[in-house]
Design a protein around this ligand. Structure first.
Ligand code: SAH
Length: 379
């Protein structure tokens, strides 16, 4: 029964199928996912479409131009041919890379022009929001289907966790919003579903692809985190992306109550690191600042004493404060302070020397505002 030379059974005797009959690529057989075309930079794609045995940046860039400007979004078919590539390069590439599996399930348009999409990525539900102003648009992307950080005031915490998105699935959301916007899409915020720093490599890759393939510079990408300190440090060191910390509380006791799944990284440690990172870099590069997000919850974190503690915590940190009036969602046991309280809080923090804005509520009639993103919520 055994092959004399190898000592192995012949394939027919093993019950295993030959590779061609599985429909899988060799990479998939050993458990690796196929590369996704929009999760790769133009140079990486160029390396997969060599010309005369050498990587071809020209081919990589031409394919990215097509993906950006001409392909359907989300892309479901390859081009027949592209003049710069030729048929062979394209069919060779298709052996290695796949189109992302992203499907538009629903689209809601708010009366302020905000658009929210409900998408599925490999069957997992997520949401993406495009927020236009008169001159430019921002897209708010999801980095996970659901989230495992379970902040008490956030609707995403109430849905079940569906898993990590790939870099290509993050980039697909940007391409979709970019195509729908009637003004240039200039900014990307990782403030949709999920904790971006719990999907670190995919987020970092997406930031790089957006820079090189789509033309959105890292400093125009803002990664928002509930406070995963070790990954904040990594992001700061490995990328020029902007970093936003969701603070929401000025005492450890309240933060533990509102954000029980990030207790491991206390306020003191977060602030200590931000203070050190705020010092001018030695290499002469421009110092960077942090964005601090502060959801305003009526009677919980909106007092004058909170404002004063916020100012004290931020001493020595290059911080810009974004106050986010609480957005209601079914079953969330919090309320929004009235406009006067929000203004008083803002003025007190400004008087303490911090640049502070109140984030305008956008898209709330389409349940597209901060903290309202949830799909198939349990209960
Ligand atoms: N997990 C990341 C990314 C989410 S960003 C993070 O925590 O930063 C979404 C922002 O909206 C966060 O600052 C989040 O705390 C805030 N948010 C969540 N629920 C909210 C709500 N109901 N009203 C206002 N802001 C909310």
């Amino acid at each position: 029964m055994h092959d004399e030379a190898t000592g192995l059974k012949p394939l027919e005797a093993t019950g295993l199928k030959p590779l061609e009959a599985t429909g899988l690529t060799p990479l998939e057989v050993i458990g690796l996912k196929p590369l996704e075309v929009i999760g790769l930079t133009p140079l990486e794609l160029g390396a997969l479409m060599p010309r005369d045995g050498r990587p071809s940046p020209t081919r990589g860039k031409a394919l990215w131009r097509w993906l950006r400007e001409e392909a359907d979004v989300p892309a479901t078919t390859w081009p027949e041919s592209l003049p710069e590539l030729g048929r062979n390069a394209l069919s060779e590439l298709q052996r290695h890379v796949a189109l992302p599996d992203v499907v538009i399930e629903e689209r809601y348009v708010s009366r302020d022009g905000t658009i929210k999409w409900r998408l599925t990525c490999r069957g997992r539900p997520i949401e993406t929001v495009m927020i236009p102003t008169a001159t430019r648009a921002t897209v708010c992307v999801s980095s996970q289907s659901g989230c495992t950080r379970w902040c008490d005031f956030c609707a995403t915490a109430r849905m079940s966790f569906g898993g990590q998105l790939s870099a290509g699935e993050i980039v697909a959301q940007v391409l979709l919003a970019r195509r729908a916007a009637t003004v240039p899409l200039t900014n990307v915020v990782f403030m949709g579903m999920g904790e971006p720093l719990d999907n670190f490599e995919a987020v970092l890759t997406a930031v790089r692809v957006l820079d090189e393939g789509v033309g959105i510079a890292p400093k125009h990408c803002t990664v928002s985190t509930s406070g995963v300190l070790p990954r904040m440090i990594d992001l700061w060191e490995r990328s020029r992306a902007s970093l936003a910390l969701s603070l929401h509380a000025t005492t450890q006791e309240l933060r533990d109550r509102l954000m029980p799944r990030v207790k491991r990284w206390p306020l003191a440690a977060l602030c200590e690191w931000m203070r050190a990172a705020s010092e001018a870099p030695l290499n002469g590069a421009k110092p960077r600042h942090f964005f601090i997000e502060y959801a305003m919850l009526r009677g919980i974190n909106d007092s004058d004493a909170d404002a004063d503690r916020l100012v004290a915590l931020m001493a020595g940190i290059r911080a810009r404060i974004n106050l986010i009036p609480f957005n209601a969602s079914d079953g969330l046991p919090y309320g929004r302070p009235d406009a006067e309280r929000i203004r008083a809080f803002q003025h007190r923090v400004i008087a303490g020397g911090l640049l502070t804005i109140v984030r305008e509520t956008r898209g709330d009639d389409a349940a597209a505002a901060c903290g309202q993103l949830a799909v198939g919520r349990a209960g």
